[in-house]
Design a protein around this ligand. Structure first.
Ligand code: SAH
Length: 459
């Protein structure tokens, strides 16, 4: 380690940045998070810097030695190597630590990448070896650390004395773990600082009494398959679940993200294959949550679409168990994105239909006339085996056989397949697909559409 990380107290301290452009602004943005007195010296300043007066002092000429009285840090950020070298020498002479931006060898210190949840601050440095890696780690941490964490740490700090009523060791650790991972963030989301303070009291009382924690069920949308299409909320809940009850549609890559210690229960609901009876799913959810577990009911796509959500929330509600729903990316949204198309378009369709090909009676009946109208866009879920039925109904209600149709199988996954076809050929293409597929009626992939337009234009 060539650079030792420290957290430098900058309140009341002077910091000087030499430079008035983009490079200076980038450093300035970081320094503005502190309470330092900041001076910038340059012949001219970017408007964004001008706008920051009077928080920062602007000196409209190149930096001179007399600007550096009592300065702790100097940033040479002019973008001009000769200028920067002159400034570095002046800075050192004045006894300040000098950073020459993007010049590790000429710098006394380097500024790390920062994840700011003050008072919790994570600083990441690679000693100049791999700035890209630092940015990657920063992005991961930004995603992993709830934005409320700063506020939670601040409140938690004031509560440390109270928490000492719990014996040191596992019991106190569990208390803080619950606070930072679960109760704190949830209370903050419900009602901000006030709610957190109240929650801390209750949480402490609960831990003192060694009361069993209260169970709950979160209905979490897993999205179409690509883990990066999950919401941050979904991701976090997977980190703290005790029990995860998931559909077969949920991909292994997503299940991989579940907390290691969690109990995983697959409740298969595959097209026409064997499926877990709904009552059994209800039983499992209420059983585990009833025993105090934090249950995540993980559903493919968006939990609110074609997933029997209401039956499940009602069962949980009836058992007096708390629950919430986390929305997500539905298959149709992912499929449309993968072909570069919008699901609505001015002048083409002002309504979008998401339909299922099946209902409890078998093939689902729809407003076929509306679905067959020119320009209508419909996403058909569970439509592979019903493709011939859907095609027949649409043709019968006046749809043109050459209406564009796109099938997107395994949307967002590594094995995604896009089949661009027409209503006339829909059934034979649908029959060939093995994975989950959504049928986009009325849409062709953007690329194909553009190619066709270009061709027509050329003729
Ligand atoms: N709640 C889910 C839909 C569940 S119904 C959602 O919002 O996406 C199951 C149907 O969803 C499948 O038959 C298929 O039509 C569609 N589906 C789910 N995941 C899919 C994916 N990754 N690619 C294409 N279609 C998908």
């Amino acid at each position: 380690m060539q650079h030792f990380p420290v957290f430098l107290a900058l309140n009341e301290s002077r910091v000087v940045i030499a430079g008035g452009g983009e490079i200076a602004l980038a450093k300035l943005r970081l320094l503005l998070k502190t309470e330092a007195q900041i001076t910038l010296c340059a012949a001219s300043f970017a408007p964004e810097i001008e706008a920051l007066r009077p928080r920062v002092t602007l000196v409209r000429r190149p930096l001179l030695g007399c600007d550096l009285g009592g300065v702790r840090l100097v940033y040479a950020a002019t973008g001009d190597a000769t200028q920067d070298a002159r400034i570095a020498a002046l800075g050192r002479k004045a006894g300040a630590l000098v950073n020459v931006v993007d010049n590790l060898g000429a710098s006394d210190f380097i500024t790390p990448a920062i994840v700011d949840r003050a008072p919790l601050v994570v600083a990441i440095g690679t000693e100049g070896a791999a700035p890209v890696l630092a940015r990657q780690i920063k992005a991961q941490l930004e995603a992993a650390l709830p934005t409320a964490l700063g506020a939670l740490a601040q409140i938690g700090k004031a509560f440390r004395g109270m928490a000492e009523h719990l014996p040191q060791g596992a019991r106190r650790r569990n208390f803080w773990q619950d606070y930072y991972q679960k109760d704190g963030p949830q209370a903050y989301a419900r009602g901000g600082v006030r709610e957190v303070e109240e929650t801390l009291d209750n949480l402490l009382a609960r831990h003192m009494a060694r009361e069993a924690p209260e169970g709950r069920v979160d209905f979490v949308s897993a999205g179409p398959g690509d883990p990066e299409l999950m919401t941050l909320k979904a991701r976090k809940l997977l980190d703290c679940a005790d029990v995860v009850i998931h559909d077969r549609l949920v991909t292994p890559e997503i299940l991989e993200l579940v907390r290691r210690e969690a109990l995983m229960i697959a409740v298969g609901k595959e097209g026409f294959g064997p499926s877990t009876p709904q009552a059994e799913i209800h039983r499992l959810m209420t059983l585990h949550a009833g025993q105090g577990a934090h249950v995540v009911r993980l559903k493919g796509g968006d939990a609110c679409l074609f997933g029997r959500l209401d039956e499940e929330t009602e069962a949980v509600e009836a058992a007096g168990i708390a629950w919430q729903v986390i929305p997500g990316v539905t298959a149709a949204a992912s499929a449309a994105a993968s072909i570069g198309q919008s699901l609505t378009q001015r002048g083409r369709n002002s309504a979008l239909r998401l339909v299922t090909a099946y209902d409890m009676q078998g093939y689902a009946d729809q407003d076929w006339r509306a679905l067959a109208a020119p320009g209508a866009i419909t996403a058909v879920y569970m439509g592979k085996r019903a493709a011939r039925f859907v095609q027949g109904r649409l043709l019968m209600h006046g749809a043109a056989p050459d209406t564009p149709v796109t099938l997107v199988e395994n949307a967002s996954r590594a094995d995604q397949q896009i089949v661009a076809t027409s209503l006339a050929l829909l059934p034979q293409h649908a029959a060939r697909l093995a994975g989950p597929a959504v049928i986009l009626l009325g849409l062709a992939p953007k690329a194909a559409e553009t190619a066709l337009e270009l061709q027509e234009h050329a003729q």
